[in-house]
Design a protein around this ligand. Sequence first.
Ligand SMILES: [Zn+2]
Length: 165
Amino acid sequence: MRYYWKKAKGLRRKKKCPKMRKKRQKSLMGHKKDAWREFSRYIRLRDCFDNTEHAFCFTCRKPYHYKDMQAGHYIHDLNSTYFNPMNVHAQCVRCNYFLNGNGKVYRKHMVDTYGRKAVDKLERSAKAGKKFTKGELIRLKKRYKRLIPKLKDRYYGRTTQIGFD
Ligand SMILES: [Zn+2]
């Protein structure tokens, strides 16, 4: 009796183990999503003005609550600039999603904010390409998670300092 019980228990364990191990391992994409969640919140809060939780859309300049906004890229899809704070700004859903980033206006406002030289440099750096490692993504997530409470105290909005038309 005892032998069979042990055997059965052993089998159960064998079956359970691979599943449990699978659950614990997060894919690179999963780590990227985690890092992006924190980074996106950081960007949208960074762009808030005065003592509010509202930010102007970087391209159409309309104000929205940061939770209704998205963090929109100037240069899309390339890993090297994916988590570059200069490449990402708070954007409304219309500009980021429906107008696909509103690229022409985005470039104009990038040049107004950072200057042509800096924008050219960013564009050049994007061409280099990069693949993030798991460790880098975890560090990015931690860094922006740590920075968010500091932002909330200060509420500085760099985009508001350059003035609006
Ligand atoms: Zn907009």
